[in-house]
Design a protein around this ligand. Structure first.
Ligand code: HEM
Length: 369
């Protein structure tokens, strides 16, 4: 177990420096791939492919209700807090609207919504705006009040405790705006995600929850892609964009760790894990494990010429709970890269900063080549 601080256990370090804490735990765990933390309640963090497969595959034992998502009002509901056995049916209802072909139909609207790029700009601030506008286009044909959308989503990218504070007034305004747009869609459907979600029971809740899951994850991944593209000696060709995105997500997975609660006692690698334990998987650690990857800390998009080790690359989670918005996120980011003129770095702070999601500390100043 990594160094703890008295009765507070690992909580102070978890709050102040979670990545060094995770890396220390991983170094101590070695090939066992699992270590304990005391976070106010007993927690275990695993990062081996076997652990990832077990946690993401056994939905009866590893439950979402009681996980960290529950603490974040934006994420505490809908599909995110639905557990087995209902979860599979709910995903069957939602998946068709977020499939690769359906998302393909949204690409033109997202492209048109992309904001202009000034000659010099902060890629983090720009990505935040681009994600807002392009998701507004995909979900609502751009009709959602942009100021309100910003007020709703901005707290998710702030430092704790802001993301866990309730915002009852904003939530009421967002729900009213969703109802207003739903009313319009009923008389005149539009080719957007809202029209699809209105055909799903409680679709407006799923729209609100999935938007919250979408915005800062996409912002952070997009900002890192622009930064690393600008770092390349030669501006990457469109054929190289998918590998660039994969490599960004390996090193800087916005969902840097995922949590579940254990519903029964179990033994893993000789370690007894009692019922009620908080069980974490860590895409950040799995993506940087020297047992699984050559030169894991180096940014090498070329590595994607071959397949990654199974259950080692989990930026979108895995199994039945794989990210609902995976195709949407990938399409949005690749659409931006395809439209971006060659850039170079002016200066910036790309150091990863974990909050609710992992992103660059910023700013990331870029300019046209
Ligand atoms: C690069 C961008 C994104 C990343 C890295 C990402 C990452 C993830 C991860 C790791 C999970 C699994 C969490 C867990 O196992 O606890 C997840 C789930 C989810 N994501 Fe994303 N996400 C991204 C974009 C989006 C977008 C655009 C949407 C919009 C639909 C979205 C909606 C969701 C939802 C609803 C879930 C819960 C799925 C379920 O529990 O069945 N995400 N995402």
């Amino acid at each position: 177990m990594p160094r703890a601080e008295g009765r507070l256990g690992h909580l102070p370090r978890w709050g102040a420096e979670p990545l060094p804490l995770l890396e220390e735990g991983a170094a101590l765990a070695g090939r066992r791939g699992l270590f304990g933390l005391q976070l106010g309640l007993r927690a275990v963090v695993g990062f081996s492919p076997e652990w990832n497969r077990k946690l993401l595959g056994d939905l009866e034992t590893f439950r979402s209700v009681g996980s960290f998502s529950r603490l974040v009002p934006h994420l505490a509901g809908g599909i995110i807090l639905t557990d087995a056995p209902e979860h599979a049916g709910r995903r069957r209802e939602l998946n068709p609207g977020f499939s690769r072909p359906e998302v393909g139909n949204l690409v033109d609207a997202m492209r048109v919504a992309m904001p202009p790029m000034p000659r010099q700009y902060d890629a983090l601030a720009w990505a935040d705006l681009a994600a807002l506008k392009m998701l507004n286009a995909a979900y609502f044909s751009g009709e959602f009040d942009e100021g309100l959308l910003h007020t709703f989503l901005a707290p998710l990218r702030r430092a704790f405790p802001v993301p866990i504070l309730p915002q009852p007034l904003t939530r009421c305004r967002v729900d009213a705006e969703l109802r207003r747009l739903a009313q319009r869609r009923r008389s005149a459907p539009r080719p957007d995600l809202l029209t699809f979600l209105l055909g799903v029971p409680d679709g407006l809740t799923e729209a609100r929850i999935s938007l919250a899951a979408a915005h800062d994850t996409v912002t952070h991944a997009l900002a890192y892609c622009l930064w690393y593209a600008a770092c390349c000696a030669r501006w990457p060709t469109p054929q190289q964009h998918p590998a660039l995105l994969k490599e960004v997500l390996r090193l800087y997975p916005p969902g840097w760790m995922g949590s579940r609660r254990v519903s029964r006692d179990l033994v893993w690698e000789g370690i007894h894990i009692p019922k009620g334990t908080l069980a974490l998987y860590a895409p950040y650690l799995s993506g940087r494990d020297p047992v699984l990857w050559d030169a894991p800390r180096d940014f090498q998009p070329e590595r994607w010429a071959s397949k990654p080790p199974a259950w080692a690359y989990l930026p979108f989670g895995g199994g039945e709970r794989t990210c609902l918005g995976m195709h949407l996120a990938q399409s949005l980011i690749l659409t931006v890269l395809a439209q971006t003129p060659p850039l170079r770095v002016r200066w910036g702070r790309p150091t990863p900063q974990p909050g609710l999601t992992l992103g660059p500390r910023g700013p990331l100043w870029l300019e046209h080549r």
